[in-house]
Design a protein around this ligand. Structure first.
Ligand SMILES: Cc1ncc(COP(=O)(O)O)c(C=O)c1O
Length: 485
């Protein structure tokens, strides 16, 4: 299915394309092509969308058709557009670019960019030996067809044991292995949520969860987290569940992304009780549960307060181990797991056996790997906090006691403008509004501490240098694809 953007709509998105700074040197058609490239690269114009016919766009922009023809030709030459006579022109991703996990475009050769848009660590050194050991195990599986919709038993057992060790008795038939936590969320939403149903989420929250909810056309309401203290306002959160009676609530109680907040035990218990009374299903994202810092004790799992199969927990290997493994899971009741497996067969059948075996070997070494990760993250977090305190002392941050990100309150509603300016000096930022609805949260910025300390300090230096420039110069509204945040 191809969607189409009309001339008037594209003209609105293009805004003041003809009067942007630096424009005098380039002819109209080149400026128009560059403006369309800018919209594509920051995601406002999706891939695979049909652009208006040349005549329609020319009318909407009040320019000559020759200018639009030349701009479309240039976009075709740069790989941003494909055209077929009689059928129209579609937006495309040029072969020189890739889409990052934050949804933004970046050039393939974008090597010296410090990427603070992604909150994930590089692989631990144990990954290679785990992969080698996994290939040794593989022959045991080669006699079968290799499809295991709920996951291979060894991995389900290992994940179940980890839950049991956390104080939440779990059997292997309560676990379904997925291709990452995001996949787990998508599957759960397919099963639990009719299109248009109401969902409560934290604000700010994980942007790809918002995307998964948008794909289900969920009606989203938010619970605002405070920067300081516990983050959640207990009475407000419980009130939203009791009075709003959402069909589902998606929460990240363990070192929340992006704020790093940790939900206290008593609130976990009360949320489960309120959800049960309101008929709300709870989806609890435990992506960061293994990453407490400063020896912070982690409260019992939310599901440990559940007596009625209201809580579905999701988690995965990406944060403590490696995102490239694409291994996640769902913990639910055994019948729910079977229903999820049935739904998943129509999506991707099952997860790769070899990757699951790698995960089994990594989980066997969990204590050593996770201890290293925590030490690394503590040092990197402290380096980032130190750099912020010395270079951007007007920003307010709450020290996260776990996870991989901190949430900063800026000295003005400048997050998107700052992200655009930072791109110019080689730092990619995910601005605050990406973590909420409707473009709010412009006063906030998420900063992950997953890169080496030296990179974090360098990034803060560069951000500080452009931050003070923002007050002096109005920023243009778009950028070349190479520098979009
Ligand atoms: C809260 C949260 N959930 C899910 C994910 C996605 O994880 P995965 O790579 O396992 O799909 C992330 C990744 O950043 C996350 O922060």
């Amino acid at each position: 299915m191809t969607s189409q953007v009309r001339g008037a709509q594209l003209a609105r998105l293009l805004g003041q394309w003809h009067s942007l700074p630096g424009r005098r040197r380039s002819p109209d058609y080149a400026a128009l092509a560059a403006a369309v490239r800018g919209l594509l690269a920051d995601g406002r114009l999706p891939l695979g969308v049909r652009l208006p016919a040349e005549r329609e766009l020319a009318q909407a922009l009040r320019i000559s058709r020759t200018t639009v023809t030349a701009a479309y030709r240039q976009l075709r030459e740069s790989g941003h557009l494909a055209s077929r006579r009689g059928a129209g022109s579609w937006t495309m991703l040029p072969g020189t670019h890739r889409v990052t996990s934050s949804g933004l475009w970046t050039p393939l050769d974008d090597l010296d960019m410090i990427d603070l848009g992604v909150a994930a660590l590089s692989a631990p050194p144990q990954l290679l030996s785990a992969a080698r050991a996994a290939t040794e195990d593989l022959p045991r599986y080669l006699g079968g067809a290799g499809y295991h919709p709920t996951g291979i038993v060894e991995l389900r057992e290992a994940v179940a044991e980890a839950y049991t060790a956390r104080g939440l008795p779990t059997s292997a038939d309560q676990i379904m292995v997925t291709s990452g936590t995001q996949h787990a969320l998508d599957l759960v939403l397919r099963l639990a949520l009719a299109p248009g149903a109401s969902v409560l989420v934290e604000s700010p929250t994980y942007p790809n969860a918002l995307a998964a909810l948008a794909a289900r056309r969920a009606r989203i309401t938010t619970h605002g987290l405070a920067l300081d203290g516990a983050g959640w306002d207990a009475e407000l959160l419980l009130g939203s569940i009791r009075q709003g009676r959402p069909k589902l609530a998606y929460l990240i109680p363990d070192f929340q992304n992006p704020t790093g907040h940790l939900m206290p035990a008593d609130l976990r218990e009360r949320v489960v009780a309120a959800a049960h009374a309101a008929g709300t299903d709870l989806v609890v994202d435990e992506s960061f549960v293994d990453l407490p810092l400063d020896a912070t004790p982690v409260p019992p799992a939310v599901a440990s307060f559940d007596r009625h199969s209201r809580v579905i927990s999701i988690g995965g290997m990406s944060k403590p181990y490696w995102g490239g493994l694409r291994i996640g899971w769902v913990r639910a009741s055994a019948p729910q797991v079977q229903r999820l497996a049935a739904a998943r067969v129509g999506v991707d059948m099952s997860s790769p056996v070899l990757d699951q075996l790698v995960a089994v070997h990594l989980l066997a070494e969990a204590p050593a790997i996770v201890a290293d990760r925590r030490a690394q993250l503590t040092a990197q977090r402290d380096a980032l906090l130190g750099a912020l305190a010395s270079r951007l002392p007007d920003w307010r941050v709450c020290v996260p006691r776990g996870g991989v990100t901190l949430w900063a309150e800026l000295d003005g509603p400048i997050s998107s403008a700052l992200a655009r300016a930072a791109e110019e000096v080689g730092v990619r930022l995910a601005p605050g509004p990406r973590f909420g609805l409707d473009g709010t949260l412009e006063r906030f910025l998420r900063l992950p501490f997953t890169l080496p300390a030296a990179d974090l300090v360098e990034a803060v230096d560069r951000i500080a240098a452009v931050r003070y420039g923002l007050d002096r110069a109005a920023r243009p509204q778009w950028r070349e694809p190479a520098v979009i945040a």
